[in-house]
Design a protein around this ligand. Structure first.
Ligand SMILES: *Cc1c(COP(=O)(O)O)cnc(C)c1O
Length: 388
């Protein structure tokens, strides 16, 4: 019998038109921030119906810039979830804040607003919800808390391109949202991210931070007498900034990915519905649950949990899947179990029991628009064989 081909857990869909656009960009000679980046940002502003969409090298830098723009003071707390990619916590630390964790809901794996409420102190400045796997957090509850306690909200939307909360697109309302265009995410620009906000002051601070601390807005109002172009020596530096600007090469992909996103997500949704149906009843495997409110799930990941009483544990299951040429990921080990956070924040196993029970058994099954039903059936069969 011929060896079966490997099924990865994620894989981007790149159209011939996108490849042609990248080639055209290369031939144009303009590779860094230029007309294609401007066009992609304009498309994102229209998509999110927002005045400000700032693309940058990654969602990690986007989160950091958004938090940095809040001017956190030492001791200022930002509440997030333990069940997230470590970038959520790292950026809080790097922006000068103190991460505080609120445990999650067992069904949706999203931060539990009641736990967030309980974690608010006099030092709380912001809440960072993470729409886990593309399932929208209860934003009504989060924004109600933010309003009551005068907090900022920075949504980690790395999984949430195309998600909707009660009929509204995630990113089209609220305070600040940060999206990722990493190749594993719902749409990609290679690496890349975008900060969306309706706050002009915050957008200006992010724009300054994005490019060397240069205040291009003030430069534009005072053109050089000899008409020198932008990026010349006469752009003033108003703070020490990093360099996180977006390349036209990345935008060349994004310009073609954004219009395809709805189709990608439709495929993801259909595959997720199929997993939910076909994996039901496998002993020791629990499936993600939907929130009660009206929503559109972006299905970035499909993440069942291997329960403690299952025939094999999660790590063994991943090894067994790999033997059958099937890739799986772990998203995520709860952040309070990571050594940097244990050492510096005193967190221990037992502190966030719901996140731990998920973290100990969670795995990400193959889910991407090009996954064939035949390959998905292979995944289902393998799970039944290993766990059944
Ligand atoms: C992927 C991811 C990020 C970081 O995105 P990059 O674009 O890779 O920097 C942040 N938060 C979450 C929850 C993610 O999944």
């Amino acid at each position: 019998m011929p060896a079966e081909k490997f099924i990865p857990f994620a894989r981007p869909t790149i159209s011939p038109a996108a490849i042609a656009e990248v080639a055209a960009c290369l031939r144009s000679g303009w590779l860094a921030t230029g007309p294609r980046a401007a066009k992609f940002e304009e498309m994102l502003r229209a998509y999110f119906d927002t005045p400000h969409a700032l693309c940058c090298v990654s969602a990690t830098l986007g989160l950091w810039m958004a938090l940095k723009a809040l001017e956190l003071q030492p001791g200022d707390e930002v509440i997030t979830t333990p069940l997230t990619f470590v970038a959520s916590l790292n950026t809080i630390v790097l922006a000068g804040g103190t991460p505080v964790l609120a445990d999650v809901d067992r069904g949706t794996y999203n931060m539990d607003p009641a736990k967030v409420a309980a974690a608010i102190t006099k030092r709380t400045r912001a809440i960072m919800p993470v729409h886990f796997a593309g399932c929208p957090v209860d934003l009504d509850a989060i924004y109600a808390l933010a309003k009551k306690h005068r907090l900022r909200v920075v949504e980690d939307c790395a999984h949430a391109m195309g998600a909707e909360f009660k009929g509204r697109r995630v990113g089209s309302f609220g305070d600040v949202q940060v999206f990722s265009f990493h190749p594993n995410k719902n749409m990609t620009t290679g690496e890349g991210g975008c900060v969306v906000t309706r706050d002009a002051k915050l957008a200006r601070r992010i724009e300054i931070q994005r490019f060397h601390g240069a205040d291009r807005a003030s430069w534009k109002t005072q053109p050089h007498p000899e008409g020198l172009s932008e990026f010349c020596v006469h752009v003033d530096t108003v703070e020490a900034g990093l360099k996180s600007n977006f390349m036209d090469l990345q935008a060349a992909l994004g310009i073609h990915q954004l219009p395809a996103l709805a189709g990608f997500n439709k495929k993801r949704g259909a595959l997720a519905a199929r997993y939910l149906q076909k994996l039901r009843g496998i002993p020791g495997l629990s499936l993600p649950a939907a929130p009660r409110y009206k929503h559109t799930h972006a299905w970035h990941l499909f993440t069942p949990v291997v329960e403690r009483h299952a025939k094999v544990n999660r790590d063994t299951l991943i090894v067994e899947l790999k033997k059958r040429q099937i890739g799986a990921g772990v998203h995520y080990i709860a952040c309070h179990l990571l050594s940097f956070y244990q050492k510096n924040y005193g967190w221990r196993r037992g502190d966030f029991p719901v996140a731990e029970s998920i973290s100990d058994g969670i795995l990400s099954l193959p889910l991407f628009p090009l996954l064939t039903l035949r390959d998905q059936d292979r995944v289902v069969r393998a799970l039944r064989e290993i766990l059944g």
